[in-house]
Design a protein around this ligand. Structure first.
Ligand code: ADP
Length: 161
C-alpha cells in the first residue's frame, strides 16, 4: 500500500528549511501533500493563493508532492486524504514543547493519527518565516534564507504595505 503523508503549516512564505523538510519527507513516503493552512484567525503576510504559488514554483523539481490548501482541523483534512501521517519539523528544543502538545492533542482527537518529526539540515535549523519577514521589513537581504523568487515577492509585498 502506498504511504501518503501530510505536511501542514502556514508557509508564510516557504523557506529553505521547509524545502529541506519536504525533500526528506519524499524520501520516506511515497507521496507528500503540503497542506497550506487558510484559517481566518491566522494573520498572514501572503494570502493562501500566494503561498501556494511560491511553494509550487520552488518545489518544481521534487517528485511526488502536491500543494493543497485546507481550512479547519488538520485531522479532518488528513481523513479526507485517507492519510494518518502528519509531518512536522523540529528545529530546536524550543519547538518541542508546542509540537509535543499539538501531536498529543491531534492523537486524542483522532487515535489513528501519527506525527512524524523530521530535522532539517543544521544549515537551516535557525530559519523561521516570522524572523525572515521581520528582518526583511527592516531592510535585510534575505536571499540566503529563501529562494530568490520568494525574496523578490517579500520585497514587493513590503513595498505595498
Ligand atoms: P512556523 O512554525 O515557523 O510559523 P510553518 O507553520 O510554516 O512555520 O511551519 C510548518 C512546519 O514546518 C512546522 O512543523 C515547523 O516546525 C516546520 N518548519 C518551519 N521552518 C523550518 C525549518 N527552518 N526547518 C525545519 N522545519 C521547519
Amino acid at each position: 500500500m502506498s504511504q501518503l503523508a501530510i505536511y501542514p503549516g502556514s508557509f508564510d512564505p516557504v523557506t529553505y528549511g521547509h524545502i529541506d523538510l519536504i525533500k526528506r519527507a519524499t524520501r520516506i513516503f511515497d507521496e507528500v501533500v503540503v497542506a497550506v493552512v487558510n484559517n481566518a484567525a491566522n494573520e498572514t503576510l501572503f494570502n493562501a493563493d500566494e503561498r501556494v504559488a511560491m511553494l509550487q514554483e520552488t518545489t518544481q523539481d521534487i517528485k511526488n508532492i502536491h500543494i493543497e490548501v485546507f481550512q479547519g482541523l488538520i485531522i479532518d483534512f488528513a481523513k479526507k486524504k485517507k492519510s494518518n501521517m502528519l509531518i512536522r519539523g523540529l528545529r530546536m528544543i524550543s519547538d518541542f514543547e508546542y509540537e509535543f502538545q499539538m501531536a498529543l492533542t491531534n492523537r486524542r482527537l483522532d487515535e489513528h493519527i501519527e506525527t512524524v518529526f523530521l530535522m532539517p539540515s543544521e544549515r537551516y535549523s535557525f530559519l523561521s518565516s516570522t524572523l525572515i519577514k521581520e528582518a526583511a521589513s527592516l531592510g535585510a537581504d534575505v536571499s540566503s534564507f529563501v529562494p530568490e523568487i520568494v525574496a523578490k515577492r517579500i520585497q514587493e509585498k513590503l513595498q505595498v504595505i
